[in-house]
Design a protein around this ligand. Structure first.
Ligand code: NDP
Ligand code: OXD
Length: 309
């Protein structure tokens, strides 16, 4: 069984070691020197070049190294009929829940205001609402949205979620579809975006959406830069419609050095590190899925190519 690896952050060797630790029988090959292309049955990839996966005539499954599959589904040369599996692994999920909890708490407790007070040597006895009086809304209520909601529920936030299809959410209010978006936004003071990037969600974080939030809302985008209209974010910050934005993802990455977000006093920039797939736990999940396929079962976490996620 041969697996071709094209990894993020040039981590091919780390991945090979992680796979070998759980599956010594798996023949891991690198994208640069794949050997006989006909041997390759599985691909484990991040941002492969367009059409690159077509080289392998016997591919049984394509595993995305990330939870997002926009890097694959944007490729018109993706081999037809080969299932695409997105990354679902416990440490990636935990990392995102940490990031969301950290930044929601930071907005909720108005940490940027307190940091400024310290710089100004001002004793600011700032009193903030309690968590049950703070309305947090999570756009995208899949694996990462649900884990983030669970982490936030420990603090007692007033939570709501928005998804494409109807979802039960015993810990909060649930909205879905186009008709659910406005009421969801209208009650949301801290908005967390964890949507996949699809033709339907491209550019969704725009002026119209910000206008539907209560004045002075906070945006946290840990999903994809393609969701956000960056000029509209700056305009909403300028007008006070948004009081702050925490952005992990950008239209262009790395964020260009002259981008106004870098120095904006009410924007927090992180470098697409909200959460990162972890080799040990991810290799175990991928190998378990490969074993399923080898036994004739369908892989878990396959993507609906038509829906785009
Ligand atoms: P899932 O596929 O598990 O969940 C996606 C959620 O989005 C579902 O609830 C889905 O609705 C909802 N959704 C999809 N399309 C729409 C739509 N048109 N309208 C409303 N809701 C919609 O994805 P994950 O939670 O695993 O990952 C989410 C995204 O997070 C990834 O696609 C990736 O881009 C990003 N990510 C970013 C990272 C970072 O470091 N910045 C790290 C990891 C992931 P429904 O439940 O009805 O299907
Ligand atoms: C992902 C990412 O999609 O890291 O997993 O962005």
């Amino acid at each position: 069984m041969a697996l071709i690896i094209k990894s993020d952050f040039a981590r091919d060797d780390i991945w090979r070691d992680a796979f070998n630790a759980v599956a010594p029988d798996l023949d891991c090959r690198s994208w640069q020197s794949p050997g006989d292309l006909a041997d390759i049955e599985y691909a484990f990839v991040w941002k492969p070049e367009k059409g690159g996966l077509r080289r392998f005539p016997n591919l049984k499954c394509i595993f995305s190294i990330g939870a997002g599959v926009d890097h694959l589904l944007g490729d018109e040369g993706l081999p037809e009929g080969v299932p695409v599996v997105r990354m679902v692994e416990p440490e990636l999920t935990r990392g995102m829940a940490e990031y969301v909890a950290l930044h929601v708490l930071r907005c909720h407790r108005e940490v940027p205001t307190l940091e400024q007070a310290q710089r100004d040597r001002v004793w600011n006895e700032l009193i903030v609402p309690t968590a049950p009086d703070r309305r947090v809304g999570i756009m995208g209520f899949g694996v990462l949205g649900q884990a983030s909601a669970q982490a936030l529920s420990a603090f007692g936030f007033d939570l709501a979620c928005w998804s494409r299809t109807e979802k039960a959410f015993p810990g909060g209010q649930s909205f879905h579809g186009a008709e659910g978006l406005k009421p969801f936004l209208g009650r949301t003071e801290i908005l967390v975006c964890l949507l996949p990037l699809t033709p339907e969600t491209e550019g969704i974080l725009n002026r119209d959406l910000f206008a539907a939030l209560p004045r002075g809302a906070w945006l946290i985008n840990a999903a994809r830069g393609g969701h956000q209209n960056e000029d509209d974010i700056l305009e909403a910050l300028e007008s006070g419609q948004l009081v702050g934005a925490t952005l992990d993802v950008f239209r262009k990455e790395p964020l260009p050095a002259d981008h106004p977000f870098w120095s904006h006093p009410r924007v927090t920039v992180t470098a697409h590190i909200a959460s990162v797939t972890q080799p040990r736990s991810a290799a175990a999940e991928v190998v378990a899925n490969i074993r399923r396929i080898e036994q004739g079962a369908a892989p878990l976490h396959t993507v609906n190519i038509k829906a785009g996620y």
